[in-house]
Design a protein around this ligand. Structure first.
Ligand code: NAD
Length: 277
């Protein structure tokens, strides 16, 4: 496929565009991931909490693609934070995925009230040292949480996967990541397909380039340097979302999209998010 890669802080390369499977039931995920692989996606983003690692694993095994062409991300759920619980949860994820290693393992949320992410990170470093994750990172970490991990003096997270779309542009976290060599990965990159996709500025740009609004938004992310993992279970949209490498937004276009920021979250606030279930 023609998807560019970015180089993580440990030298591992990661496709800049992948396929996310939140809210896709396991059986459906098997079909959806098979379709995505057929459309050219090679990076798949799942999580223990999505309860579809088995379906994802079936699609990977059935694809016939060599393991080294795939980039598989999964995440540790909140209830499993802590050193021993993390090691056990990771074994369970690998087992469900049917893999010997993942490409990227992420702490799903910092859960500052629970205050176990530092111990959890030590378990992640063990998993990494054992070669069972090619890279380790976090999700939904604010700069303060990242600082605490960095101050442990061990491995700097390779990736922070955060909510990021034109209405929540995350300029402060993005600058922090850039300063520390952490890649920014955007979740809900399309704003979950809500009314963002009807925004008149974006619609105008879509008409200019003969592309869809979703394609313009994904292109904006890519030009900012973000990794994106759009989700769709509709084959035509899956193809549409990876067909974003034949046009380029101008500096003026990028500035017009920058002006759409309203700092509006669709998901929980990482500082107070404390779901264990
Ligand atoms: P998204 O921004 O990718 O939007 C997906 C929705 O947009 C689809 O369900 C569909 O309704 C619509 N859509 C997709 N392609 C479209 C197109 N071409 N045209 C029109 N509509 C289109 O939202 P998401 O699923 O929330 O986020 C993507 C991925 O990010 C998830 O699947 C998951 O892997 C990850 N994620 C991670 C976290 C986290 O806490 N780490 C949280 C949410 C999502």
């Amino acid at each position: 496929s023609n998807v560019p890669t970015i180089t993580l802080n440990n030298g591992v390369t990661m496709p800049q565009l992948g396929y996310g499977v939140w809210q896709v039931p396991s059986d459906e995920a098997a079909t959806a991931v098979a379709t995505a692989l057929g459309a050219g996606y090679r990076s798949i983003d799942t999580a223990a909490a999505y309860e579809n690692e088995e379906g994802v694993g079936r699609a990977l095994a059935g694809s016939g693609l060599p393991r080294e062409e795939l980039f598989v991300t999964t995440k540790l759920w909140n209830s499993e934070q802590g050193y021993d619980t993390t090691l056990r949860a990771f074994d369970a994820s690998l087992d469900k995925l049917g893999l010997d290693f993942v490409d990227l393992y992420l702490i799903h949320w910092p859960m500052p009230d629970v205050d176990k992410y530092a111990d959890t990170w030590r378990a992640f470093e063990k998993i990494y040292a054992d070669g069972r994750a090619r890279a380790i990172g976090v999700s939904n970490f604010q700069p303060a949480h990242l600082n605490r991990l960095i101050e442990l003096g061990g491995t700097v997270p390779a990736v922070n996967q955060i909510e990021l779309h034109p209405r929540l542009q995350q300029s402060v976290p993005r600058a922090f990541h850039a300063d520390h060599g952490i890649a920014t990965e955007a979740w809900s990159p399309l704003g979950q397909g809500g009314d963002l996709l009807e925004d008149p500025t974006l619609s105008g740009l879509a008409r200019t380039y003969g592309k869809t609004v979703a394609q313009v938004v994904l292109r904006w992310h890519l030009q900012l340097g973000n990794v994106v993992i759009p989700k769709s279970v509709t084959p035509s949209r899956m193809r549409e979302n990876i067909d974003v490498f034949d046009f380029e937004l101008t500096g003026d276009d990028m500035a017009r999209i920058a002006a759409l920021n309203t700092d509006t979250r669709l998901g929980p606030d990482p500082d107070t998010m404390n779901w264990l279930g």
